[in-house]
Ligand binder design. Structure first.
Ligand code: GDP
Length: 298
């Protein structure tokens, strides 16, 4: 569907043979191709500008005389810059779950982003890999079907679920979940907040109140990697109002290049903690900047 950046850069560097370092002119020709590739990968325009500026600084004056192919050398520079912009190499930033249990994890995001599925995936992951006792609770009071969906998922993955009490306010459910956590010896309580089709004041006020009564150690924004440019606005608005601690990008198994990851990281400065890679309960991978950078480059 897309030309890869390698293909795009092929022609640009044919003329370079015999020269020692990349000149500003060479780099600018390459940057035009890089800019198009990033936009096609759905990276937001502001972020493309910031990324290309950084790539330019790194590439000008770079010694390519010994490089088998200057094009490959530039690809490596671009790749390394993207990895850094995505949070750098090395161990992914994990969850912070230390402290007096129960620890609350608040899941936020728009309806359809994959929030409920991710809540269940995360519960399974924490229970299995960290051997912690996890309680799942749905606070989606406006959509009984969403509550039942989480209840079903919890049953499938063998994680405890806070019983549904009709007509209770989200804040009261949150309090009940934390009390149940305390009384029943749960280490972690995952709170799946209501998703809306768009961000509204009521939603933000509610999420804010829930955060106040549960004092979450982690507040994760779940966003659909395929929403591209919209993801940036979502991230910005949630980040303005909630004490977010990290991002989860779902549908990384889809057709998109995942440029939303770069945009959201850039706009919020928050670490991307996990990637959703399938609909299944174990389809949650720790974030890997190199993998995502490779994907964005195509
Ligand atoms: P919510 O409204 O934000 O709670 O969204 P859901 O958790 O109900 O997810 C909406 C749809 O997206 C469901 O059909 C999920 O199975 C699907 N989904 C969620 N995460 C992923 C993912 O990482 N990959 C794929 N392929 N599908 C996902």
């Amino acid at each position: 569907m897309f030309d890869t950046l390698t293909e795009r850069l092929g022609g640009v560097f044919d003329k370079l043979t015999g020269r020692g370092v990349l000149s500003e002119k060479d780099v600018d020709a390459a940057l035009r191709e890089i800019r198009v590739a990033l936009l096609e990968a759905d990276v937001a325009l502001d972020v493309v500008k910031a990324a290309t500026k950084q790539i330019r600084e790194r590439a000008v004056g770079e010694d390519v005389i010994r490089a088998v192919s200057p094009g490959q050398q530039v690809i490596k520079i671009v790749h390394d810059a993207l990895v850094d912009l995505l949070g750098g190499e090395g161990e992914p930033v994990g969850l912070s779950l230390e402290g007096e249990p129960p620890i609350a994890i608040l899941m936020a995001g728009l309806q359809g982003s994959g929030k409920t599925t991710t809540s269940a995936k995360l519960a399974k992951r924490i229970q299995e890999t960290q051997k912690k006792k996890v309680l799942l609770a749905s606070l989606d009071t406006r959509r009984p079907a969403a509550m039942e969906q989480l209840q079903q998922l919890a049953g499938q993955i063998d994680v405890a679920f806070l019983p549904i009490v009709p007509n209770q306010r989200a804040v009261d459910i949150a309090k009940r979940a934390m009390n149940a956590g305390r009384l029943q010896g749960f280490d972690v309580v995952i709170l799946d907040t209501a998703g809306r089709t768009s961000i509204d004041e009521e939603m933000m006020a509610e999420a804010h109140d829930i955060a106040r009564v549960t004092n979450p150690r982690e507040t994760l924004l779940v966003a659909d990697a395929l929403t591209g440019q919209d993801a940036v606005e979502t991230a910005r608005r949630f980040h303005d109002r909630l004490p977010l601690t990290g991002l989860v990008l779902t549908r990384m198994d889809g057709d998109g290049r995942g440029g939303a990851a770069l945009s959201m990281r850039h706009v919020t400065g928050l670490p991307i903690k996990f990637l959703g890679v399938s609909e299944k309960p174990d389809g949650l991978d720790a974030f890997d900047a190199k993998r995502v950078a490779g994907r964005i480059l195509g």
